[in-house]
Design a protein around this ligand. Structure first.
Ligand code: SF4
Length: 224
C-alpha cells in the first residue's frame, strides 16, 4: 500500500495545547477544504510505500514521543493512515492527529490508534468557506470525544460572535469539557485582533467553556 506524503520533518509543535513540544511531522497530501488563510503547499508529494514510511519513522525512535500526522487532511487517506498509525502505535509512539474535523467516518476507522486529536473548528466568517460545516463538525466531535481532544478556531478581523456561539454550543453538546484554542490569524494585525480575542475569551468563560489564546508559535519563531 502507498500514500501521498508531502513531507516528513522534525520541528516544534507551534499550535494548540502542545505548543513547544518537539515532534516528528508527517504531512499528508491533499485537503477537502479551501480556507482563505491556508498556507499549506498542495503541489508536491511523494508516493510513499507503507514499509518505507514506517522504516523512516523508526529512525527517530527514542527521539520523539509524538508523531504529528498533519496535512492537508490526513483522514482523506484513511486506509493508509490507519495502517501507519497501527504500526507506530505498536512501536509505542503517541499518535497526534491534526485534522479539520469534517470526516467523522474516517476518524472512526482510526480512532483506536489515536492518542491526541487537534481538531479545527472552521468558523465560516474566518475561513470564507460557504459550505455549512457545522453538522460535519458535530458528527466528528461525537467520535473524537472518545479520545483526548482539543479544538482550535482561527480568529480574524472578519470572525463573528455569532459563529463563536455556534462553536460554544457544539463544544457544550460534546459534554467532555474540551478546551477551545482561539488562534489569532497570523496575517491580521494582532493589536486590532486583541480586543476581539479578549471578548471571545470572556464569552467562553461566561458559557463555561475553557479557552485560551495561542498564536501560531512556529511562524513567530520562523520555523516550519
Ligand atoms: S483545512 Fe487546513 S490544509 Fe485544508 S485548506 Fe484549510 S487550512 Fe489548508
Amino acid at each position: 500500500m502507498t500514500g501521498k506524503i508531502s513531507e516528513i520533518f522534525e520541528s516544534v509543535q507551534g499550535e494548540g495545547l502542545y505548543f513547544g513540544d518537539r515532534q516528528l511531522f508527517v504531512r499528508f497530501f491533499g485537503c477537502n477544504l479551501k480556507c482563505k488563510f491556508c498556507d499549506t503547499k498542495q503541489d508536491v508529494f511523494v508516493e510513499c510505500d507503507l514499509r518505507q514510511l514506517f522504516g523512516k519513522i523508526m529512525t527517530y525512535k527514542g527521539k520523539y514521543r509524538f508523531i504529528s500526522f498533519t496535512g492537508g487532511e490526513p483522514l482523506l487517506q484513511v486506509d493508509f493512515l490507519k495502517q501507519i498509525m497501527e504500526l507506530t502505535h505498536k512501536s509505542r509512539f503517541k499518535n497526534y492527529l491534526e485534522t479539520n474535523g469534517t470526516l467523522a467516518e474516517a476518524l472512526a476507522e482510526v480512532i483506536e490508534y489515536v492518542d491526541i486529536i487537534s481538531m479545527d473548528l472552521k468558523l465560516p466568517s474566518s475561513t470564507g468557506i460557504k459550505e455549512n460545516l457545522w453538522l460535519k463538525h458535530r458528527k466528528f466531535l461525537k467520535v473524537a470525544s472518545k479520545k483526548d481532544t482539543f479544538l482550535k478556531a482561527v480568529v480574524s478581523e472578519g470572525t463573528t460572535e455569532e459563529d463563536l456561539y455556534v462553536a460554544i454550543n457544539l463544544i457544550r453538546e460534546s459534554g467532555k469539557g474540551m478546551v477551545l484554542v482561539l488562534q489569532p490569524n497570523y496575517y491580521d494585525d494582532y493589536r486590532k485582533l486583541e480586543p476581539k480575542l479578549n471578548k471571545f475569551k470572556d464569552a467562553c468563560m461566561k458559557e463555561g467553556i475553557v479557552s485560551c489564546i495561542i498564536p501560531q508559535m512556529h511562524k513567530m519563531m520562523g520555523m516550519r
